[in-house]
Structure formats: structure tokens, C-alpha cells
Design a protein around this ligand. Structure first.
Ligand code: THG
Length: 265
């Protein structure tokens, strides 16, 4: 599984103040902890700072990359923030995200065309949030086919069916899981990703719900996720579930994790 570390997000109270004060040391500490725990990308999100988001996201990308050789996942619904932050990013970033919303689609496409940038294709349209598998697949079909017809390689596309809190709809978990299955059936070689911790907003023992949902999603073929890599149980669940789902030849990754003590906590 490709892991995107979720912790540098201004919606988290601690991080919000560190970003506002441009506390380099703290941001590097959180980035490094996630990298050391196995993050392949570091998500950077300053969405709550209206008017200052571009400045903060650029600063976050630079601060992370001055200290670690790791790509960022540039997380903003605002095309301007993405355009500006990509310019200061070293190597190949992941962009989070493009959607079927017309302005977002039209402005993000030229940023990624011909670059090898990895792109999250979020199942959202001008008609609003999808709820069922069918809603999501209608959007995914249009969005993915438009990207492919614009020569974006399928292996650089990460479809995000959009996880919505289970507390706001009994079927939001299962509809998401069914979408992962349908996407993998329909588009060979594509990736799937999600903001997994969204599922548990507003319920107690969030980590327990997140850890369990991850296992369920892996059985449907989820291969990337925006999660908290410092959650040891989550990381152990991922390694174990992937082995049990036939994604770990000769149990090699599981055995390595065992030897490294990643299954002891
Ligand atoms: N899709 C895409 N990008 C996204 C999301 C998505 N980016 C933002 C968000 N959703 C994913 N990131 C987070 C980050 C933190 C939390 C949830 C989603 C969160 N954190 C807890 C907190 O701060 O209290 C702590 C972590 C935990 O409880 O496990 O809730 O859907 N493309």
C-alpha cells in the first residue's frame, strides 16, 4: 500500500498554530516521524487559512523538502494553490485533487499534462457529493476517461471515491467499499485512494473504526490511503490484511515487518 501521511493538516488544532507561526522545527518533526513510519508521501493541507493558503502550502512543501527526500501530496480544492505549490516542489508530487467540477478540472489538467505527476481523481462533480456506488461510478467514468483521453497514464491516476462519515449515513461505508471494487474491475492498472479517517468523524474510538475500515477496504482492492502512519495498529493491519488478501508474495513483507518489530506493540 502506498501511504500518504495525513498529519500536516491545518484542520488539526496543534498543526494549525504551528503553520500560522511558521514553526519550521515542528513541521519537520511531524513530517520526519511520518516518513520514518513508512509514509511514501506527506500530505500538506492549509485549507482553513482563507487568503493565505497559497503562501502556507508553498512554505509547507519547501519546509518538508528542505529536510527530507520525500514527495508531498498537495492537498487543496483551489487550483491556484496547486499551480503555485507545484512550482516549488522538487521531483514528482501527488496532486490532491482534480474532480469533475468544471473549473477545477479545466485548471488542474494543464498542470499535470505531460509531467508524470500523480493525480488524485476525486469523485465529486458540480452536482455535489455522491452517496451511492452508482453516483460515484457515473463521476469516475467521466473523470477517468477524460484524463486518459488527455494522455494521463492510468498508473498515475488515483481514484478517490470520497469517504463520508459513517455517523451521517448508515450505508456510507458499504457504498464506498463497493465503489473500490467496481473501479478496480472497470479500470485495469488504476490506483484507488481515500481519506480513510473521514469515516470516523463524530464517533468515539475513532482509531478502532479507522483500523477496521482499512481491512475491509483492502479486501476490495484499495492500494493507497491518506492515513495516520504513526498509528502502529493501523500499519500492522495494512501489512497483515494485504498478506491475507494475496498481495504479499511468500509473506515476504509480513515477515520483514515481523523481524523489524512492527507487529509488536
Ligand atoms: N480525500 C482526499 N484528500 C483528503 C481527504 C479525502 N484530505 C483531507 C482529508 N480528507 C484526509 N485527511 C485527514 C486528516 C486528519 C483527519 C482526517 C482526515 C483526522 N485526524 C484526527 C484529528 O486530527 O483529530 C486524528 C487522526 C485519527 O483519529 O486517526 O480526523 O477524503 N483526496
Amino acid at each position: 500500500m502506498q501511504i500518504v501521511g495525513e498529519l500536516i493538516n491545518a484542520s488539526r488544532k496543534n498543526i494549525r498554530n504551528e503553520i500560522r507561526e511558521k514553526n519550521r522545527e515542528k513541521i519537520v518533526e511531524v513530517a520526519k516521524a511520518q516518513y520514518d513510519a513508512g509514509a511514501d508521501f506527506i500530505d500538506v493541507n492549509a485549507g482553513i487559512f482563507v487568503g493565505k493558503e497559497t503562501d502556507y502550502v508553498k512554505w509547507l512543501v519547501q519546509t518538508v523538502q528542505e529536510n527530507l527526500d520525500v514527495p508531498c501530496c498537495i492537498d487543496s480544492p483551489d487550483p491556484k494553490v496547486i499551480e503555485e505549490s507545484v512550482k516549488v516542489h522538487k521531483g514528482t508530487p501527488m496532486i490532491n485533487s482534480i474532480s469533475l467540477e468544471s473549473e477545477r478540472f479545466d485548471r488542474i489538467l494543464p498542470v499535470i499534462r505531460g509531467t508524470g505527476i500523480k493525480i488524485i481523481a476525486l469523485c465529486m462533480s458540480d452536482e455535489g457529493m455522491p452517496h451511492t456506488r452508482d453516483d460515484r461510478m457515473r463521476i469516475a467514468d467521466k473523470l477517468v476517461n477524460s484524463l486518459i483521453s488527455n494522455n494521463i497514464p492510468v498508473e498515475n491516476i488515483y481514484v478517490d471515491p470520497l469517504v463520508q462519515p459513517i455517523g451521517s449515513g448508515d450505508n456510507f461505508g458499504i457504498e464506498f467499499l463497493n465503489t473500490i471494487e467496481s473501479i478496480n474491475k472497470e479500470f485495469k492498472g488504476i490506483h484507488t485512494i481515500c481519506g480513510l479517517s473521514n469515516i470516523s468523524y463524530g464517533i468515539p474510538k475513532r482509531q478502532f473504526a479507522n483500523q477496521t475500515f482499512m481491512i475491509m477496504a483492502i479486501t476490495k482492492g484499495l492500494d493507497s490511503a491518506i492515513v495516520n502512519p504513526l498509528d502502529k495498529k493501523m500499519m500492522a493491519n495494512i501489512i497483515t490484511a494485504e498478506m491475507l488478501a494475496g498481495q504479499d508474495q511468500f509473506c515476504e513483507k509480513y515477515m520483514t515487518a515481523y523481524r523489524e518489530g512492527l507487529l509488536d506493540f
